[in-house]
Ligand binder design. Structure first.
Ligand code: ZN
Length: 261
């Protein structure tokens, strides 16, 4: 059964289950920005974008989120579980439970972890069950340079969730891996207190990342100006009171001076 790409599409088939359909998965990957293609390295996973997804999730108020947005979020969540290079689901992905409850649980955990890292400067997750592999393509011509007697080295990593796993352990593992690379870019907005990830390309020093968005920077500047004005107003009021007494004195003295002349 193939669907026309233009047809409106439900993320889950059937809706009550956590089984993703391929098109929804494709779209979710696009929204996350999961893959990045560079001239030098080709197509690879963009871990900054994946971490950014977790950070955005931590900020989201799931009680106020629009149903459409929630559905998208859950589809992204399920997609990440499936495409993660570390993911491995016992029994495959065809029999997973409805995702919404475990999604909420994930959000709570992610929020705790990110805030802990920012507040204490430390975060430990796990322990995880991981298999590491190293391979040398001993007999393949492209993996070897016979003249230089070198082998190309390949390494791999596979995450093994506990048998009662519903996928969140895998994602916490992915989150931890992302934080190992980009955790130093995690920030809390000085204006709205939301968590955000600094942009990778810093255009100028002013954009070094104290605020999550330009709006917050602008609002913060507005607030500072207002405070400054209020302070100045308070001071002029104080000075004004002083000046008035001073003025009367000078006026008196001036009158006196005039008389003397
Ligand atoms: Zn903000």
């Amino acid at each position: 059964m193939t669907k026309h790409p233009d047809m409106p599409d439900e993320e889950f088939t059937p809706l009550s289950s956590g089984v993703l359909n391929p098109l929804a998965k494709e779209r979710a990957l696009g929204r996350i920005g999961y893959y990045v293609t560079t001239m030098r390295r080709g197509k690879e996973v963009d871990y900054w974008a994946v971490l950014n997804w977790f950070v955005q999730l931590a900020n989201e108020d799931l009680t106020k989120i629009l149903p459409v947005k929630l559905k998208q979020r859950v589809a992204e969540y399920r997609t990440l579980q499936e495409v993660s290079p570390y993911s491995f689901m016992i029994g495959g992905f065809n029999n997973v439970p409805p995702a919404i409850e475990t999604f909420r649980e994930l959000q709570t955990t992610v929020k705790q972890h990110l805030n802990q890292l920012l507040d204490t400067g430390r975060l430990k997750t796990g322990p995880f069950s991981v298999e590491l592999s190293v391979s040398l393509p001993l007999n393949s011509p492209e993996g070897n340079d016979a003249n230089r007697q070198t082998h190309r080295l390949y390494y791999g990593e596979r995450f093994y969730p506990p048998s009662d796993e519903i996928g969140n352990g895998t994602l916490i593992y992915v989150l931890s891996r992302c934080l190992q690379r980009f955790g130093h870019m995690l920030r809390r907005c000085l204006y709205c207190q939301n968590l955000f990830l600094q942009k990778r390309l810093v255009l100028s020093k002013r954009r070094e990342g104290k605020y999550c968005e330009d709006t917050c920077r602008a609002l913060s500047r507005k607030r500072r100006l207002k405070e400054k004005k209020a302070e100045e107003a308070a001071q002029t009021k104080l000075k004004g009171r002083k000046r008035r007494t001073h003025d009367s004195k000078t006026r008196g003295r001036a009158d006196h001076g005039k008389k003397r002349r």
